[in-house]
Ligand binder design. Structure first.
Ligand SMILES: NC(=O)c1ccc[n+]([C@@H]2O[C@H](COP(=O)([O-])OP(=O)(O)OC[C@H]3O[C@@H](n4cnc5c(N)ncnc54)[C@H](OP(=O)(O)O)[C@@H]3O)[C@@H](O)[C@H]2O)c1
Length: 324
């Protein structure tokens, strides 16, 4: 039997229920994994609330780490006992054990510890594609990254510094400002108390930045566009404060022939080759010491409700993980 978190309706954190299920034996191409880390990501709150619709009833969570317990027919690349992780679903990661297609799994290299990946992998793979493929960051680029002390932000700040960027990070409190500074951000703006557009203009002598990475969404959208220099790229990759309101494309012309993209990890890892390349980039960044994963904030699996409450209340600094 496995302990899983499921929802039968959309709503606030309290709709999550702890249930016991019989996971069963893996079918063709599948393995059963015993999970030690279930990653909690902001997208899980969108699935739970209904912002991103899922068929109900449903599990939650796109990320996990554990050990292969059993293999189904046709699985040749993995052995029982292998340490594996996944970060692109399918949904149902909040579970002590689960069946999953082997195609989604990545074997952990010997030199990478479980706690360096558990709860961090989805965010780290996102940072990999955002910084290397969505906008390939070059040495000397001045980059604005919102929520720089968040789970994803902490990884991004270190990775951007490794690439030689000048990092402007925004945060919602003085405590978080300290975290972003310690990780290497060159300029930290507390957007709860300061106008981040004014500050970015000051820092860049009025020129603006070539790229803004915005996972905050509704609250920062307009200001982010105003921080961009001519023909700059707006990377709108999340909606922690809510969906961006509909807008007319003419706004991109008026603000300087801007480019806009709304990328997803799923579309950057849709082939096995892309998935492996993205994960390998993460292992290299950790293995080389370029990026150090902090201690993820841990909750027992059965306390998923509290984890979601804290994440949505902006109380969590860093990544979040459920421990079965
Ligand atoms: N497109 C993709 O491929 C992809 C993949 C992974 C994640 N994401 C997105 O990346 C973003 C960060 O993900 P994460 O899981 O690492 O979360 P996170 O950054 O740990 O948490 C979100 C942060 O957003 C900030 N925020 C600003 N306004 C907020 C509001 N009204 N409510 C809640 N938070 C607010 C908070 O930081 P401050 O208090 O410092 O403002 C909060 O800590 C999310 O939007 C997520 O959906 C996108």
């Amino acid at each position: 039997m496995a302990t899983v978190i499921r929802i039968h309706e959309n709503g606030g954190p309290d709709v999550m229920r702890v249930e016991q299920v019989d996971v069963g034996e893996p079918g063709p191409g599948e393995v059963r994994i015993r999970q030690t880390h279930c990653g909690v990501n902001y997208i899980d709150t969108y699935h739970r609330s209904g912002l991103y619709p899922v068929a109900l009833p449903s599990g939650l969570g796109l990320e996990g780490l554990g050990v292969v317990e059993a293999r189904g027919p046709g699985v040749t690349e993995l052995e029982e006992g292998d340490r594996v992780c996944y970060a692109t679903g399918p949904i149902g990661g909040y579970a002590s054990a689960r069946l999953i297609t082997a195609e989604k799994l990545i074997r952990l290299p010997e030199d990478i510890r479980d706690d360096q990946i558990g709860g961090h992998m989805l965010r780290a793979m996102t940072v990999q594609y955002l910084l290397h493929r969505t906008y390939p960051v070059k040495k000397g680029d001045v980059v604005l990254f919102h929520a720089a002390a968040g789970g994803l932000g902490q990884i991004a700040v270190q990775w951007l510094k490794h690439l030689g960027a000048v990092v402007i990070g925004t945060v919602g409190s003085d405590e978080k400002a300290e975290v972003a500074r310690k990780l290497g951000a060159d300029h930290v703006i507390n957007y709860s108390t300061e106008n981040f557009v004014t500050r970015v203009k000051e820092i860049t002598d009025g020129k603006g930045v070539p790229v803004v990475y915005d996972g905050v969404g509704k609250a920062t959208w307009e200001g982010s566009l105003d921080c961009l220099g001519l023909r700059g790229l707006m990377v709108s990759f999340g909606n922690a404060s809510g969906n961006v309101d509909p807008f007319a494309p003419g706004i991109l012309a008026a603000k300087g022939s801007l480019f806009l993209t709304r990328p997803t990890l799923a579309s950057y890892t849709s082939t096995r080759a892309d998935l492996v390349e993205t994960a390998t980039g993460v292992f290299q960044a950790i293995g080389s010491g370029a990026v150090q994963m902090g201690q993820a904030v841990e909750y027992p699996l059965a306390d998923a409700v509290q984890a979601h409450k804290d994440l949505e209340a902006r109380k969590i600094v860093g990544s979040t993980v459920l421990k079965p």
